[in-house]
Each structure stands twice: as structure tokens, then as C-alpha cells.
Ligand binder design. Sequence first.
Ligand code: ARG
Length: 289
Amino acid sequence: MTIIDTRTRLAPYSTTRRQARTRHYVMCAPTHFAVEYAINPWMDPTVPVDAERATMQWDLLRHAFLGLGHRVDVISPVAGQPDMVFAANGGLTVGGRSYGARFRHSQREDEAEAFADFLRAQGLDVTEPTHVNEGEGDFLALRSMILAGTGFRTSLEAHIEAAGAVDRPVVSLELVDPRFYHLDTAIAVLDDGGGDSPADIAYFPGAFSAHSRRTLRELFPDAVKVSELDALVLGLNAVSDGLNVVLPVAAIEFAETLRSRGYVTVPVELGELLKSGGSVKCCTMELHA
Ligand code: ARG
């Protein structure tokens, strides 16, 4: 039997030089995590969740970030909000400006204020949203633009509102497969283009409408296209610092591709969170510099 140590960093075998930048993340412990309702196709309230295991897996993820030298702040979980562990959905922050979340489903509604209060307490200027949007679940920040998803959760109007709130150009992308209901399940930002190298992303083409696939091809002709197999273990729900990519351990082929492109892969097991349709990126809100 092969035992995969989740803290193992697997070295790249490409000569492409990648560079890490220290990041500032926000996470929320899965203290109240449960699958009590179904608002995406991954969720089945009849499948039991092991709360202790969820907490252990989440803590290993937190330690993976800390081990890579990143800052991780933790927001207090709110009782009665079983999905709050998915901190990415709590807002979008770029360059000291935040755009608050407004959840699609009533079950998550009350998380918005908790996240907005937290961001304000960090000294950030938070724009209250008038349109439905689920934060970094659907907004992926590159240095030069924000990639924004719509189709299931975040409204198209929110894309324009976000552009104003964080003062960045926004590119709208249409999601068409309900299994990939947030943009961060269909695209992984590998390099945000904030250093010496150009922006680099990976995506699953099948998650997008034909015109959005074309947009992605035009903007990122060299992007990694992942297989449905890797996408279905939420392999794209990964977090990169420009060099180290923390990703679900089951995304074997994707990890191999990443190493061939010069990235270091850091596989983690988040099987309990996957029962709610989330993985690494969903659990991580980045406050982008
Ligand atoms: N159960 C949660 C929901 O459906 C999962 C959210 C995952 N978050 C994300 N950023 N993709 O809202």
C-alpha cells in the first residue's frame, strides 16, 4: 500500500522557473460543518459527514499554508452556518478594497455579514453588494484582471459592480455544467502574473459555454486544460502562490502536468469537505495585495 503524506511537497521536473510570493489567507474552521441541505449536485444530506475528520483535514490544509510561509487568519465560525468553512465565498479583496458577498441561497445568507465585519476589522474598505455574488468562489483575481463566473451563483450584474468595487477590469465567463457551479471549481490560477512571469491558469473546458471557451483560448492560449477526471475530484479547486500549488490529492494527472510546468505540488486530502462540493480553494479566501 502506498501511503501519501499530505505534507509532501513534490518537486518539479521542469526547468521553467516559478516564483512564490507570500500570501495572506483567511480560513474558517469547520466547527459547524454539515451537509444539511443540497444547493449543488455534490451535496447529499443522507450521506454522513465525519466532523472530526473534516476538522483534521482542514487543519492539515491550514498547516500546509503555514508551512509554505503564508499568513493565515482565521474567522470565527457562526453557529447554524454549516457552509461557512468555504471562506472563499465570503468576498473579494484586491489591493485593500473588498467587495462583499451576497449569497444566492437563503441557507448561506447570514454568512455575508460575518465576512464583511471580519474584512472591515482588517481595515479594508468593503463595498456592500446590491447584486448576488459569492466572492472568490466566482471571482478569480489576476494582477491585470478579474476572471468572473456566472451561470449558477454569481449574477452578471455583480461582475460590473465588482469591477467598480475593486477597480480592476473584469472578464465574464459563463458556466454551464452544474457540477462546476463556481468558477473556482473550473479554473485554477497557477500564476497571477504579479511577478516576472505571465499569468498562467488551468481549466476544464467542458464547464464553459462555447463563447467562454473561446474567450479563454484567446486570453490564455498556453493554459493547462485538465481532463474531466481531474475536474471531477475538484482538482482545479487549488491554491497557488506562484510556485507551490496546494491541490486535492486525487488530481493525479493534473499534479503531474503541474510539475512538468515547473510547479511544486502539495497534495492534501479534503474528502469530507468534498461531500459539500468544496475543496482547497473553497476553504481559502485570499486577501490579494
Ligand atoms: N456547499 C457549498 C455551496 O454550495 C460549497 C461552496 C464551495 N465554495 C467554492 N468556493 N466553490 O455553496
